[in-house]
Each structure stands twice: as structure tokens, then as C-alpha cells.
Design a protein around this ligand. Structure first.
Ligand code: NDP
Length: 338
């Protein structure tokens, strides 16, 4: 069994060398007489920014830290090889929380959902049909309270969550602008995802001037994936009674001291509603979400770009790539094909 191990807690910018691949000779099997457990073969693993936080020692967080010396874990897609759990049978395909290794024994199955629709790529259950998809859906429709014709800005817009928020907002009838960190990503936003406008924030010396250019009449909805300097600049451009969905702040995850945000007064003067949210609170909407999105995928109304790294050996590099923007679209690791 090959595993991705966290060597130690990480401070500052994480590196591939903070993890190592360990191969054990053990052939995993369910212990005699156990009940409520499943043995799975992991097929796809999801690289997600929140995993960085789990690499530090945390107390009282919404999620537990990884354990140095042990394999890391996250969302994934897996096939059930053996089961003593009444809800799962050999041959079932599932998505949910698993471990970064070839095979896993899962005893806490609460997060696992059986995959019903298998006529779409299975890797989609790490992205558009999984946690990031639900984040985009809940964040946009539930947190942002959008109205047709509103002006929407999305940061980290070509990523797993952002590319979907933009497409939802376009289908809903909004004016949509996204920022991303390279020309290739900006082209994707405009040409593949149908954003009205997009820009490379790394090439804008003055974020204020850039936002003024794309939003001369202000921003009604900001879907924030990055926090930091971009959030500070955006606050100045929000309209009266506008909304900010605080989804993530990736620009802060590797800093030992978070940057200050200077323009928070705008929340008061412009009566902005800024709301942080966690996707976990919204999974009850998953069936409704699937009902909407499966036809949209099949009819080609929504498209999804993935960046697939092959093999567990390449998993640490794939995960680290999220923090330098190497991923183009949803970063996935294919453990075993088929
Ligand atoms: P992405 O697929 O967008 O990957 C991360 C991207 O962030 C990178 O490709 C890079 O894109 C950008 N980035 C990295 N470092 C920085 C930086 N210092 N400043 C600005 N941008 C940076 O990730 P996801 O779509 O999976 O996640 C997007 C955000 O949503 C994250 O903040 C994540 O934590 C959050 N999230 C929140 C959830 C919730 O429940 N609230 C659930 C899921 C995700 P670029 O090249 O454009 O810079």
C-alpha cells in the first residue's frame, strides 16, 4: 500500500519535501468480525487549499490537524472492495473523505456518498459534483443572494470553485468579471467559461485602477477566494447594500502573520453584508444541486476544467501547486485509472 505521509507540521510556505511517499507491504483487509467498515480502492484524490491548514497544529478548528508520520487525507472517489457496512456493497462507487493511499479502510463513513450518476467522469466527484461544486452553489445562490443583472467579481476565478461561480452567475444573468494569475487562465475565463471580462491580477500594479476599469459603476457581489490585498481593494468598489461571500483567503494561508485589511469601514458606510461560510453547513442541498447540475453538464451548459496529476508519487507536487497557482482548473490526483 503506497501512502502520502506528512513528515512534520509545516510553517510558512509548504514544500513537496514536507511530505514523503511510503510503501508498506501490508495487504489491507477488513479485520475479522468488524462491522460498519469498508475497504476501498482510492481512484481519485482531491487537492484542496484547506488541506494546508491541516498541516499545522491547530486546536479548536472546524477540522482536525493531520498527524505527522501518518498519511494525510481529504476528499476522494473510491471503489468499495469489501464491506461490513449495511449501506455499502462491494462494487459501489463512493465519494467523500478518504486517505491519501492506494487502499483504505474507512470506519467513519458519515461523509461518504454513493455515486448514482456514473455517466459523467468519476473525477468530477472531487470537483464540480463534489465539495467544490457545492461550495460554488451554496456560496453563490445562498450566501450572495444574487439578482439578475448584478455585477459580480470573483477572485481565483479559474479554480475548482471560481470557474463554477462564474458560470452560475452568467447563467443567472449577471455581469461577471474574474481575476486569475496567468494569461492562460485569463483566456480560459473569457473563452471557455464565458466570463464577460477577466484580468491577470499579477500584472496590475494598481488593483484599484483595475477594478475601476472593469466596474465603473461598482461591484454588487464579490465572491472572495483570496482575501488580503484584493479584498482590501474590492471593499472600495462595492456598491450600497452589496454582498461579499467570504469563501476562502488563500493569500493568507502560508503567512505566519495575516495581513491587515484597512478598508473594513466600507462595510458600515456602504451597508455591505460580508458573510463567511463553510460548505459543510449546506450538504442538505446536495440532492437539489445534483438535480440542477447533472442536466447542465450533459447539455453542455456548464463546463469543467480539471488538472489531473497521475499517480500518488506526484500527489505532493500537485497539492503544493495550489499555492503557486500551477493548477489550471480543479487539481485532481488519479491514483489508479479504471
Ligand atoms: P483553486 O482551484 O482556485 O486553487 C487555488 C488557486 O488560488 C491557485 O490556482 C491560484 O490561482 C490562487 N492562489 C494561490 N495563492 C494565491 C495568492 N497568494 N494570492 C492570490 N491567489 C492565490 O482552489 P479552490 O477553488 O479549491 O478554492 C478556492 C478558495 O475557496 C480557497 O480559498 C479555498 O480555501 C476556498 N474554499 C472554501 C470552502 C468553504 O467551505 N468556505 C470550500 C472549498 C474551498 P491564480 O493563478 O489565479 O493565483
Amino acid at each position: 500500500n503506497k501512502q502520502v505521509i506528512l513528515k512534520h507540521y509545516v510553517s510558512g510556505f509548504p514544500k513537496e519535501s514536507d511530505m514523503e511517499i511510503r510503501t508498506t507491504k501490508t495487504q489491507l483487509k477488513l479485520p475479522e468480525g468488524c462491522s460498519g467498515a469498508i475497504l476501498v480502492k482510492n481512484l481519485y484524490l482531491s487537492c484542496d487549499p484547506y488541506m494546508r491548514n491541516r498541516m499545522r497544529k491547530m486546536e479548536g478548528s472546524y477540522i482536525e490537524s493531520f498527524t505527522p508520520g501518518s498519511p494525510i487525507g481529504g476528499y476522494g472517489v473510491a471503489e468499495v472492495l469489501d464491506s461490513t457496512h449495511s449501506n455499502f456493497n462491494k462494487g459501489d462507487l463512493v465519494w467523500g473523505r478518504t486517505t491519501w493511499e492506494d487502499h483504505s479502510i474507512i470506519t467513519s463513513t458519515e461523509s461518504l456518498a454513493k455515486i448514482q450518476h456514473t455517466d459523467v467522469p468519476l473525477s468530477y466527484y472531487t470537483g464540480i459534483l463534489g465539495m467544490p461544486g457545492m461550495t460554488a452553489y451554496a456560496g453563490f445562490f445562498e450566501v450572495c443572494s444574487p439578482k439578475k443583472g448584478e455585477r459580480v467579481f470573483i477572485s481565483a476565478a479559474s479554480g475548482a470553485v471560481g470557474q463554477l461561480v462564474g458560470q452560475f452567475a452568467k447563467l443567472f444573468g449577471c455581469y461577471v468579471v474574474g481575476s486569475a494569475g496567468s494569461k492562460e487562465k485569463v483566456d480560459l475565463l473569457k473563452n471557455k467559461f464565458g466570463f464577460d471580462k477577466a484580468f491577470n491580477y499579477k500584472e496590475e500594479a494598481d488593483l484599484n485602477a483595475a477594478l475601476k476599469r472593469y466596474f465603473p459603476d461598482g461591484i454588487d457581489i464579490y465572491f472572495d477566494n483570496v482575501g488580503g490585498k484584493m479584498l482590501d481593494a474590492v471593499l472600495l468598489h462595492m456598491t450600497l447594500h452589496s454582498r461579499i461571500a467570504a469563501c476562502g483567503m488563500i493569500s493568507q494561508y502560508n503567512l505566519e502573520q495575516p495581513e491587515g485589511v484597512r478598508n473594513l469601514m466600507c462595510l458600515i458606510t456602504k451597508q455591505i453584508r460580508m458573510e463567511g461560510f463553510l460548505v459543510f453547513d449546506y450538504y442538505h442541498l446536495y440532492p437539489k444541486f445534483l438535480e440542477m447540475i447533472i442536466p447542465q453538464i450533459k447539455e453542455g451548459k456548464i463546463t469543467y476544467v480539471e488538472d489531473i496529476a497521475e499517480g500518488l508519487e506526484n500527489a505532493p507536487r500537485a497539492l503544493m501547486g495550489l499555492f503557486s497557482g500551477r493548477n489550471i482548473g480543479k487539481q485532481v490526483v488519479a491514483v489508479t485509472r479504471g
